[in-house]
Design a protein around this ligand. Sequence first.
Ligand code: NDP
Length: 419
Amino acid sequence: MSRVLVIGCGGVASVAIRKCCQADDVFTELCIASRTKSKCDALAASLAGKTKTKITTAQVDADDVEQLKALISGYKPDLVMNIALPYQDLTIMDACLACGVNYMDTANYEPEDTDDPEWRAIYEKRCKEKGFSAYFDYSWQWAYREKFEQAGLTALLGCGFDPGVTQAYCAYAKKHEFDTIDTIDILDCNGGDHGYPFATNFNPEVNLREVSAPGSYMENGKWVEIPAMSIKREYDFEDVGPKDMYLLHHEEIESLAVNIPEVKRIRFFMTFGQSYLTHMRCLEDVGMLSTTPVNFEGHEIVPIKFLKALLPDPASLGPRTRGKTNIGCIFTGKKDGQEKKYYIYNVCDHQECYREVESQAISYTTGVPAMCGAMMLLTGKWNKPGVYTVEEFDPDPFLDALDRFGLPRRESWNPVLVD
Ligand code: NDP
């Protein structure tokens, strides 16, 4: 028996909500609240009669803590699932603290306005001190640790696939496969084709900010930063085939380096096709990825927001995307004094996802872990007061839930390593 408030009703939230409704013994009551209430109402209507979960909807501007507090104190949920955008992480955490409710999200905080001088001063100091220049980092949300501890509440950060499942894979490798882990390579392959020359498969603004930023990896406790897309490898992915992949900065590297400190090197690679890269470079060169407002014929517009309006809605890619994703982690290390390697990953088919939940595999591979993470919190398996990332919890019940709800693990003890 539980009451859950989901904030956001986009591509990822729609999958998470549909999957919650498949587990209606755990998710007995659900309120879907977002900026555009009509999307929540349409999703609720499409689920009517198909689940025992009692669904209600609400309108909320999640940038406004007072509105959030009114909604949360009125609905009285056991958990708030933030599946809006990373920009809303802190306001929703504040409201959860004020109302005494557990919190989770799928991406770590970054500000919508990266020109805000107050934020920029802290950001520039962090770039110098830590050595990576992505707009997002965990410091903002880790700063809430004591407050959540004192309130006896749990905040679970970044419970999608990557971040999320990739960290559960790391915790699983540490628990079952290795005494010490030396290296971790996280490989995110999307072998899907939607037929458009250029589209992003999750929120375009967040996606393009992430992939156009300099890459970085952790080596011997230090960040090494490289120009965007300057380290490329080819990897032959099971059920997908050979793909070019590029080293990116990614948020889970930061928490894994803290929580599994013995690891000597952590890298993250993502596959991109030539068409995506060429379009992205061109858009960047002409200023379309900028978050700084420009005046156009008397109107102030933010170039990347305007671009988002032109690009296909990621939620609309479902029916046209064919192919598979293959995401996982390759480890090297030692067990019982012997050198060892291990690969744990999931393969997910875009069309199968569409048939099940009317969505492509990127939203699916994020929405299912969000639902399984919520299930861990609601069933008491992952509760401890404070602010945590996925690798800080027992991976076993979570991976069992993923096996059961559509993202089964595969394993190999002899993978090809990335050089
Ligand atoms: P979408 O843009 O499809 O959906 C975002 C939703 O949030 C929309 O319903 C939007 O409302 C709502 N929203 C935005 N701003 C507000 C606001 N101020 N108040 C209330 N609601 C708001 O994004 P995605 O579903 O693609 O992504 C959702 C999250 O998942 C993002 O944080 C993304 O970074 C993360 N993600 C994580 C991954 C992982 O593996 N960990 C992978 C992919 C995504 P409206 O309809 O009005 O626009």
